[in-house]
Design a protein around this ligand. Structure first.
Ligand code: ADP
Length: 320
């Protein structure tokens, strides 16, 4: 695609998911490789919808790193912003939903290549050509990735990009909840579009009520659009002038991994063409209906990346 560019900054990794469901990691007889990482999912979501996307981040110069770069390329995502670290390996996550309903995680990140991206390595030419710059790396906490994250945001902003943020809170990665909250809030007030899940809203406000007051307590002057995703209930939206809810589509969800990333990719692919939709409630609601559809479709199929829809799939789905 040659349309306006969306750059998605952060990590890409491989989730190893047990070949049978409902077991602990220790009990798993084997694992399937599921490529993921929220920022990479968002880039692929945009490209599937026909948009112009680039992924910026670092991978290991190993079999997994090259496999991931290959997946981005095959999906039409520009890989010009990818660096390969010659020493560190690609991040890996082992994830399972146990029979007792608890999610169990184990990460290979000690440190992984994504955490080692330096500000000097950034492809600033690519970043400065972005119309929308999306971020939300789980490596925000560690240097040198933190400095790279901040420099990329600043370069994109200076060049006139709209900044979009998804905190992608994965608590097990942070030393403590207090530190997670502090790190997230340290870049909160730079973003013009923010998407949080209902769980993240609860965590960030410290309140167990997910209502308008809780959402609006997180408002800041640079913000143009705040979205709270509510899974099977859809999403709520907040702007300077109005707020409301767009209900979800009714589907039989089998795997919700990547639904939030599909939602964000869909939203950004519309905003990048015309930012004025943010100020026009009827048009914004149409965009969010499209985003909800992309999220819903992603839950019908297993996996994140394999489930991300094309525009024609979305249109067929919406017509029902
Ligand atoms: P996140 O992955 O960030 O937690 P959600 O799970 O809320 O985000 O999903 C993002 C969007 O995907 C929702 O706002 C909704 O539109 C859609 N979605 C997610 N789960 C379902 C579901 N079970 N049924 C229908 N739509 C869903």
């Amino acid at each position: 695609s040659t349309g306006p560019l969306i750059v998605s900054f952060g990590e890409m990794l491989i989730d190893f998911v047990p070949t049978v469901s409902g077991v602990s990691l220790a009990e798993a007889p084997g694992f399937l490789k599921a490529p993921g990482g929220a920022p990479a999912n968002v880039a692929i979501a945009v490209a599937r919808l026909g948009g112009h996307a680039a992924f910026v981040g670092k991978l290991g110069d190993d079999e997994f790193g090259h496999m991931l770069a290959g997946i981005l390329g095959e999906n039409g995502v520009s890989t010009k912003g990818i660096n390969f670290d010659l020493g560190a390996r690609t991040a890996l996550a082992f994830v399972t939903l146990r029979a007792d309903g608890e999610r169990e995680f184990m990460f290979y990140r000690n440190p992984s290549a994504d955490m080692l991206l330096t500000p000097e390595e950034l492809n600033l030419e690519l970043i400065r050509s972005a119309k929308v710059f999306h971020y939300g790396s789980i490596s925000l906490i560690v240097e040198p990735c933190r400095s790279a994250h901040l420099k990329a945001m600043e370069a994109a902003k200076e060049a006139g990009a709209l900044l979009s943020y998804d905190p992608n809170l994965r608590l097990p990665l942070w030393p403590s909840p207090a530190e997670a909250r502090e790190q997230i809030m340290s870049i909160w007030d730079k973003a013009e579009v923010i998407k949080v899940s209902d769980n993240e809203l609860e965590f960030l406000t410290g309140s167990d009520k997910i209502d308008d007051a809780a959402a609006l307590s997180l408002w800041h002057p640079n913000l143009k659009l705040l979205l709270v995703t509510l899974g099977e209930k859809g999403c709520r939206y907040y702007t300077k002038n109005f707020h409301g809810q767009v209900d979800a589509f009714n589907v039989k969800a089998v795997d919700t991994t990547g639904a939030g990333d599909a939602f964000v990719g869909a939203l950004l692919s519309k905003i990048v063409d015309d930012q004025s939709v943010i100020e026009d409630e009827p048009r914004l609601r149409e965009v969010l209906k499209f985003s909800n559809a992309c999220g819903a479709i992603t839950t019908i199929k297993k996996g994140a990346i394999p489930a991300l829809p094309t525009t024609s799939e979305v249109l067929t789905f919406v017509k029902g």
